[in-house]
Design a protein around this ligand. Structure first.
Ligand code: AMP
Length: 396
């Protein structure tokens, strides 16, 4: 793997694709800066070598060109503070101002370009847009694992303008190393924990994992589709009625492959989708018609915890319940704590990005698991065994 360790950046201008798609509150304060912290070692290495850094990223999903709400200007102060240096900003990611600012950048300085997705050419993977971006730097570094599964202009297409001068940043290299370890050399027993809202979103991953894991734990909203498929009464719980057959066939496949598929047996049942709902634990296949399961119950938490604690490799993607509300966060917390215990006993635990990462952050347990990935979709696609365009572009 060609990483930035292979190069001294002295006198060079590095164009670095980062993933600064961070959550902002209504006052534009960053509510989770893991992605900025994650890119810091790469930026610091380039600066320490005596290079200059031009950062490019997207933020959110702007639909109609430049929009104040999605401006990366909002993160400049936070980024400057984090890096301990004043970060310059270009109002546009291409054009005269960006060119001028990039050209005048001195060793040790950092320039952040405006949101790449203000141009629809970015997501389209437009070649001439990529070429304009490429003209801003001498070396291309990709440190944006979170968008590595996209063949966008700045994540993949751009690499062709840097033959021999393209590298993985430290975050990207660490993400790939950890994902690779789980995918190809898992110490056994290997347990995958899947949760979240829908089975349909994670179908390919579940199928792929059945060929690799010893235990597959399924919790969260998606579990009710399995319970319903077996003929259970799930009340108003989340369900995908068009996926019932599929749920049964996954159960069958797991059996054929010798994988222990573990579903929750009880639920925390609520009378409404609200933090102040009336709740009780009960069997998840006998939920009254006007109530719903919004978390796994205590019995399932214990059963899941036992399996997790006896595992040597753990991959976790998706919460066990509506963990954003404290009332329904118990199951997700119990799983997180079991993952922490297993890690303390020597297991390798990889937490998939997105909501599982948010949950671990909420419980302040990020330091107690082996690795929290910054990639949601990217990690899932990697785990499905697919080649990520952002990775391929550097490797070829
Ligand atoms: P995903 O993006 O598919 O990982 O789904 C994450 C979302 O699933 C979170 O916002 C959770 O609140 C939600 N979720 C988890 N369990 C349930 C449940 N039992 N009922 C409704 N939503 C759920």
């Amino acid at each position: 793997m060609k990483t930035i360790d292979d190069l001294n950046f002295s006198g060079k201008k590095a164009l670095v694709r980062v993933d600064f798609n961070v959550p902002l509150d209504e006052h534009f304060n960053i509510t989770d800066d893991n992605r900025i912290k994650g890119a810091k070692p790469t930026i610091e290495k380039i600066i320490k070598d005596g290079g200059a850094v031009i950062l490019m990223s997207h933020l959110g999903r702007p639909k109609e060109g430049p929009t104040e709400k999605f401006s990366l200007r909002h993160i400049v102060d936070h980024l400057s503070e984090e890096l301990g240096t004043e970060v310059q900003f270009a109002d546009d990611c291409i054009g005269e101002q960006a060119k001028e600012k990039a050209a005048n950048l001195k060793a040790g300085e950092v320039l952040l370009l405006e949101n790449l997705r203000f141009y629809k050419e970015e997501e389209k993977g437009d070649e001439s847009f990529a070429e304009e971006l490429a003209a801003l730097g001498d070396i291309y570094v990709n440190d944006a694992f979170g968008t590595a599964h996209r063949a966008h202009a700045s994540t993949a297409v751009i690499a062709k303008f840097f033959s021999g001068a393209k590298y993985f940043g430290y975050l990207m290299a660490a993400e790939l190393k950890n994902a690779e370890k789980v995918l190809n050399q898992p110490e056994r027993p290997f347990t995958a924990i899947m949760g979240g809202a829908k089975v349909s979103d994670k179908l390919d991953l579940i199928e792929a994992l059945l060929g690799r894991v010893d235990n597959l734990i399924i919790g969260g909203g998606m579990a009710y589709t399995f319970v319903k498929a077996r003929g259970g009464e799930i009340g108003q719980s989340l369900v995908e009625l068009d996926k019932l057959d599929l749920a049964n066939s996954l159960v069958k496949k797991a059996k054929e492959k010798g994988v222990q598929l573990i579903l929750p047996t009880d639920a925390q049942i609520a009378d409404k989708f609200s933090d102040d709902a009336q709740v009780y634990d009960g069997p998840n296949d006998q939920i009254p018609s006007n109530e719903m399961g919004l978390d796994i119950g205590a019995e399932s938490s214990r059963e899941f915890g036992d399996v997790i604690r006896s595992s040597k490799t753990i991959l976790w993607n998706g919460p066990m319940g509506v963990f954003e509300m404290d009332t329904f966060a118990k199951g997700t917390r119990a799983v997180a704590e079991a993952v922490v215990d297993a890690t303390k006993q020597g297991a390798f635990s990889l937490i998939g990005g997105g909501d599982s990462a948010a949950a671990v952050t909420k419980f302040k347990l990020t330091e107690d698991v082996s690795y929290v990935s910054t990639g949601g979709g990217a990690l899932l696609e990697y785990m499905e065994g697919r080649e990520l365009p952002g990775v391929k572009a550097i490797n070829e």
